[in-house]
Design a protein around this ligand. Structure first.
Ligand SMILES: [Zn+2]
Ligand SMILES: [Zn+2]
Length: 159
């Protein structure tokens, strides 16, 4: 289980213990259920302990894929919301019309998704934005004709 998640639960324990009134207990039971059960992409309720937390290289994410669904998703590219720490989308490996490659088994990241931020209209992964930015920087560097090392030249670069 994610350290942050565990830390956030600890202060709740005494409150849960002292709950005496039935109506309150029920709500708290529901809350406890929501904390221990997640939904797989196939729609099944799965205990959160079955979801494997892992470091994506950028965030500690939780895979909300049940054991039955794992084999099919291993062949896909995964887009993780850095805010929810959960997959937003699984896409088949492909190159988009800008030539950006989504590769099987690789993880891509977005800052927010429609679940946590309903105003989110598109999910363009950081990896794609970074690649585009890097290409822009290199192009400007070449066009500038500068003899300075790119690290020095970058200090004066304005996008
Ligand atoms: Zn499933
Ligand atoms: Zn999200």
């Amino acid at each position: 289980m994610d350290q942050e998640f565990v830390k956030s639960i600890i202060p709740l324990i005494p409150i849960l213990r002292e709950a005496g009134e039935p109506a309150r207990l029920k709500r708290e039971e529901e809350a406890a259920h929501a904390l221990t059960v997640g939904k797989c992409v196939c729609g099944y309720d799965v205990p959160l302990t079955n979801f494997k937390p892992y470091w994506t290289g950028r965030v500690n994410a939780l895979d909300n894929v049940c054991k039955g669904c794992v084999p099919q998703f291993l062949k896909m590219a995964k887009i993780i919301c850095k805010n929810c720490k959960l997959p937003v989308l699984h896409v088949s490996p492909h190159s988009d019309n800008a030539g950006f490659k989504f590769e099987a088994g690789k993880v891509y990241h977005v800052n927010a998704c429609p679940t946590c931020s309903p105003e989110t209209l598109s999910v363009v992964p950081d990896e794609k934005l970074e690649k585009e930015y890097a290409a822009k920087v290199v192009k400007s560097y070449r066009q500038s004709g500068s003899n300075a090392p790119i690290s020095e030249w970058l200090k004066t670069f304005q996008c």
